[in-house]
Write a protein that binds this ligand. Structure first.
Ligand SMILES: [Zn+2]
Length: 480
């Protein structure tokens, strides 16, 4: 490859406010079309927008969590264009004074840390949604649903700092984790709550002058973003190889073919005739407000991961997995608080708990029938030697199915571990008597047969024999 790819990303994050950004209509997804509208979001002449304070607070949260400076005097601007899903003929957005600027995120790709600049974060309203004729329910017509019009968005614009599709995905996943941790986005990719435009261009390796970029519009899955960028690199490389010129344009990604196609020529900012919205006064943000928001920020994934390694002694990998979502981290921390053996709890959460939820239609951790308290009880039974590790897994499955306490399951099913030397000795004797060939092999120096004896005794005890006692007795008898 003789070209270097240059990628910049613009992410639209839908905020989890109950009401829209400039009116009191609900933001609930999936309601009857046009049932959540009023004169303001329908763009009736003379209707006046009133800013939702929560949107500003969420924007400050996002800015602080991505190392931005917060603009204390904010102005909303009208971005003028015509489209049937935009009744006012303009979108209220921010232009030269966005609420957050000059931030960054650190990403890790193949063990290397890289800093990606965040140019700006601004607040804006979403447009409505067109429903086209190819959907049978609306016959031959195209319809417009304005429930989404005026829904609050943050647009998070990165610097063109990414140099591979993998870096782009690492940045997006990191940003996604952060908005989820902050509780400002529901993260629902299918419903478009977190969607991305990618600016992609190529330049000769070693060059510092960026090539002409294409903008890939509105992609709402990590997989598709990667595919779209990969396709775009190939497409542009072919054009350049043939001595052609890439034209600046907006392109759409088609997930069915894995290709992009031209949608329209790319507009420049001046095409939109931005000007300050005369219906909205400037928003002044006091220092105290910023400090209040900062004080209430949750511990973010990076800090959490570092703390798990430094304070709990977890391996990097465990820390990364457990800190990947706020809910998972909370489950883990609650369990560790009750059973303070960090690595054992980590093994169980990443192992049995994750497996059970996964097999149960990707059920959410917040809805796990085995609560942190129940899991801690189970681990305590194992630690006391009441049950073996193997039996604990059986008990866990039963807890998951029934929600019962582990003590109760152990009692009902008679799963208490047998540590009584007499009982185990009888089983050991029987196994040794029944397998004289293997005994001879062992005594002849083939020590690997030992595992076979352990297995036989455990089987005879239906998994209930205390493995430590089994090992000890077997050794004693075999060496005798
Ligand atoms: Zn409304």
């Amino acid at each position: 490859m003789k070209y270097q790819v240059v990628i910049g990303l613009e992410v639209h994050t839908q905020l989890t406010t109950n009401t829209k950004i400039f009116c009191g209509c609900s933001t609930k997804f999936g309601s009857e079309p046009n049932s959540q509208t009023c004169p303001v979001c329908l763009g009736f002449p003379g209707a006046l927008p009133v800013l939702n304070r929560q949107v500003v607070e969420y924007a400050i949260r996002a800015g602080l969590a991505t190392n931005c400076s917060i603009t204390q005097r904010n102005v909303f601007a009208r971005k003028n264009y015509f489209y049937p899903d935009l009744p006012k003929g303009y979108q209220i957005s921010q232009f030269d004074l966005p609420i957050c600027q000059h931030g960054h995120l650190d990403i890790e790709v193949e063990g290397e840390t890289k800093r990606i600049g965040i140019t700006r974060i601004h607040m804006e309203e979403d447009a409505g949604k067109l429903v086209h004729a190819d959907l049978s329910e609306v016959g031959d017509d195209s319809c417009v649903d304005l429930n989404r019009a005026c829904t609050p968005l943050l647009e998070i614009v990165s610097e063109p700092d990414m140099r591979s599709p993998d870096e782009a995905i690492a940045y997006l996943k990191k940003l996604y984790q952060i908005v989820m941790y902050l509780g400002i986005c529901d993260g629902n990719l299918e419903e478009g709550s977190f969607r991305c435009d990618a600016n992609v261009s190529l330049m000769p390796v070693g060059s510092t002058v960026f090539g002409t970029r294409a903008e890939l519009k509105n992609i709402n899955s990590f997989k598709f973003i990667k595919q779209a960028i990969e396709y775009e690199i190939e497409r542009q490389a072919e054009i350049l190889d043939d001595g052609g010129k890439v034209i600046q344009e907006t392109r759409l990604f088609d997930p069915n073919t894995g290709t992009t196609r031209s949608m329209r020529g790319k507009e420049e900012a001046h095409d939109y005739r931005y000007f300050p919205d005369p219906d909205l006064v400037p928003v002044l943000i006091a220092d105290q407000w910023i400090e209040d928001v900062r004080a209430e920020l949750p511990e973010l994934p990076e800090a959490k991961r570092a703390r798990y390694v430094a304070e709990l002694g977890l391996p990097e990998y465990d820390a990364e997995v457990l800190a990947s979502s706020r809910e998972l981290a909370q489950y883990y921390e609650e369990t560790v608080a009750l059973f303070p053996q960090a690595k054992i709890v980590s093994n169980w959460v990443m192992g049995e708990v994750a497996r059970a939820l996964n097999e149960d239609n990707n059920r959410s951790i917040t809805d796990c029938p085995v609560t942190p308290a129940l899991l801690a009880d189970l681990l305590k039974l194992m630690e006391k030697g009441t049950i073996s590790g193997k039996i604990a897994k059986t008990v866990f499955d039963e807890m998951y199915k029934t929600g019962k306490a582990p003590e109760k399951i152990v009692e009902e099913k008679g799963l208490v571990q047998v540590s009584d030397t007499g009982a185990i000795e009888a089983m050991v004797d029987e196994v040794l008597n029944n397998n004289p060939g293997q005994v001879e092999q062992y005594r002849g120096g083939k020590e690997t047969v030992f595992g076979f004896f352990v297995g036989q005794v455990m089987r005879a005890s239906k998994g209930k024999a205390n493995p430590a006692v089994v090992n000890e007795l077997l050794l004693k008898k075999l060496k005798a």
